[in-house]
Design a protein around this ligand. Structure first.
Ligand SMILES: Nc1nc2c(ncn2[C@@H]2O[C@H](COP(=O)(O)OP(=O)(O)OP(=O)(O)O)[C@@H](O)[C@H]2O)c(=O)[nH]1
Ligand SMILES: [Mg+2]
Length: 295
């Protein structure tokens, strides 16, 4: 029986490893993570049951300077996710010195009002950890400081043990078997987006939005999925499709493999690319994609 439960939001600038950390703690991949900044667009809850405790970790979009309406919604999404939590982890990349955006992440945590822990990630990349953590310590009044590596797992056990031990008394919010609140369609769309982020450069990765149009288990036990990849310009469409359709085939193939692992069965993935000009600045479209919620 659950006797202790609580929410912790992972906040920080893009690319510091928030999503990788969430996956590492849960021991399975629920959030996409790539070397490109602004990978995460929607806050995802990861749920961990351990003994009598339920810990809900919220992965959020990276705090950054907004260029498009979409970006503003991402940062707002992070701010919203930080409300009414029991704790905040300000995740930073300790292998690099603090940037302005790290300060914004700290400000967002401070404004949210819950106790803040500094989680100095990517500690596998540096030798003199303490020295590197020092400049981050002044960004906020941190209750605790942890050096971790989401990649190698170093330091994660003690971070998690302390988080579980610090949970307030409470009931279970989610069923025991539930690992994430993410819908199946979101998972499918994110799997495809991850492959696009990995395969493309410059503006293309940030200009895509994926809509799952159809998802049905066919009588031959194949999961049929039809999805549209929206881009902002014809030139981006040409890049995504590639010469002789090679790029789209590569993306489709890699996505299908990921989805077959998820479904533990055969998947037929039908991908289409369409142009929707300036969708990142269209409120109606952003609402349709699930970004534009009120604060
Ligand atoms: N060396 C090293 N790399 C890491 C570590 N954690 C994450 N990374 C890498 O850093 C990159 C960014 O990771 P993400 O988890 O996508 O970062 P994020 O903070 O979620 O980024 P946004 O979603 O854009 O805000 C990926 O290439 C990860 O593999 C770590 O502990 N060590
Ligand atoms: Mg992320």
């Amino acid at each position: 029986m659950i006797t202790h439960s609580g929410f912790i939001a992972l906040i920080g600038r893009p690319n510091v490893g928030k999503s990788t950390l969430l996956n590492a703690i849960l021991g399975r991949k629920i959030a996409i993570a790539t070397p490109k900044p602004q990978t995460t667009r929607i806050s995802i809850r990861g749920i961990l049951h351990s003994g009598g405790a339920e810990l809900i970790l919220i992965d959020t979009p990276g705090v950054h300077r907004a260029k498009h309406s979409l970006d503003r919604h991402l940062v707002r999404g992070a701010r919203r996710a930080a409300q009414a939590v029991d704790g905040l982890w300000h995740v930073v990349d300790v292998s690099r010195p603090p940037r302005e955006e790290d300060g914004w992440g700290a400000d967002l945590c401070r404004a949210a009002g819950a106790p803040i822990w500094l989680v100095a990630n990517k500690s596998d990349l540096v030798a003199a950890r303490n020295e590197r953590i020092e400049p981050y310590r002044m960004l906020a009044e941190y209750e605790r400081v942890y050096a971790v590596s989401a990649l190698t797992g170093t330091g994660i056990d003690s971070l998690l043990a302390d988080a579980l031990a610090g949970l307030p008394e409470g009931v279970a919010y989610f069923p025991e078997e539930m690992v994430t609140d993410q819908t199946e369609d979101t998972y499918v769309a994110e799997t495809v987006r991850e492959q696009i982020l990995l395969a493309t450069e410059d503006e293309v990765p940030h200009s895509v939005a994926i809509v799952v149009e159809e998802r049905a288990l066919r009588p031959n036990h194949t999961m049929y999925i039809r999805a549209t990849v929206y881009v902002e310009r014809e030139s981006q469409k040409a890049i995504l499709i590639g010469a002789g359709g090679r790029m789209l085939r590569r993306i489709g193939e890699a996505s299908r493999r990921g989805l077959e692992e998820y479904y533990q069965g055969r998947v037929y993935l039908d991908l289409w690319v369409k142009v929707r000009r300036h969708w990142r600045d269209q409120e109606e479209w952003l609402r349709r994609l699930g970004f534009a919620q009120t604060e």
